[in-house]
Write a protein that binds this ligand. Sequence first.
Ligand code: NAG
Ligand code: NAG
Length: 374
Amino acid sequence: MSPTLVQFVEIVTIWFTPCLVALPYVVPDRPHYGRNYPDIFELPEFYDTAFVGPPIQHDPRWPSTEVTVGQVSGVAVGEDGGVLVFHRGNRVWDASTFIGDKFANARGKGPIQNHTILRLDPATGHVNESFGANKFYLPHGLTVDKQGNIWVTDVAMHQVMRIPKGRHDPDLVLGEFLVPGNDDKHFCKPTDVAVTSSGEFFVSDGYCNGRILKYDSNGKLLTQWGQQFTGRASQAGTHGLYIPHSLTLLEKQDRICVADREHGRIQCYNAGIKNPATAGQFVKSIEHAEFGKVFAISYDPKVNLIYAVNGQTYMGNKVKGFTLNMNGDIEGTFEPRGKGFGQPHDIAASPNGGDIYVGEIYPDRVTKFSRELW
Ligand SMILES: *[C@@H]1O[C@H](CO)[C@@H](O)[C@H](O)[C@H]1NC(C)=O
Ligand SMILES: *[C@@H]1O[C@H](CO)[C@@H](O)[C@H](O)[C@H]1NC(C)=O
């Protein structure tokens, strides 16, 4: 290259690169109608409220050194801001944990003796409350509803439970203890729960059944959809799921989205809140090559974004946190300072929209991210 050409390239690079980098933050994403799917979320007004702003930063006060946890399988934030954590104490899920779909040596191992549910102070990570010892065999999903009830799933017990606010024992238990199955009375390693304001709820079931079940507030089964499909995502159609691992409800939009983990995609269906007959109708799929696997998702109504954490495939994609807008586009990514994520397993946005928590299976920790720090 001639010296003047080198200079020219330098000037262009120096002056225009910052503009390109800043572009995503100053130009709100416009909807790309019809690019991938015809009807997206069907509610164009939601695009206009899409949050385009500062990136998400690791809050350096977390993980708190005060907290001792095992594998963190579930995390959720209550309406009061309290951070709920579901962890496996001194038990781990390894190659000897299951024989087929059944928990191996249940009698010999018994329930986990550690307190498996912790309530942490959002500012400091201080443990305000701990309970759940001698109740669970292999914790998985944790959800807290608008009334403050805690919902958990246990993949060894094959059960789903609702623990009323302020109490430590469930008032609703679904599934048969330690018995896997795929009928109306049994789950097979159920993974997560999502609850509407009126108490209707959805269960993702799970590692061996690729289905979503919807119940009324008393635990009566209303409908179910989806089936296990272990082939490629491109052949799975709209209802073929391969480990539906996490649920998030977009209540205002009447959508229930599922992390279809092994297919590396997010499947969104009609939740049927307004019209029960539409529950389970396919609405939209969010797929990006960078995902690899999708472990967990959490919708944040305040900023109208879905947060996701992914997992590695043999393709060697990077493990990250993602923010996705209502069009399904990746708006940004985030990860902890230092070595980044190990194996994130669950993600939860705070109801005030400012904070995001990620629980990991390895290393055993809960990390907090905030927008305000920026
Ligand atoms: C679980 O309990 C055992 C026995 O009391 C204790 O040694 C261990 O540190 C606890 N582990 C966690 C993660 O709480
Ligand atoms: C949690 O504990 C901290 C420190 O003891 C206290 O300041 C805070 O008010 C507690 N939060 C709740 C919700 O009890």
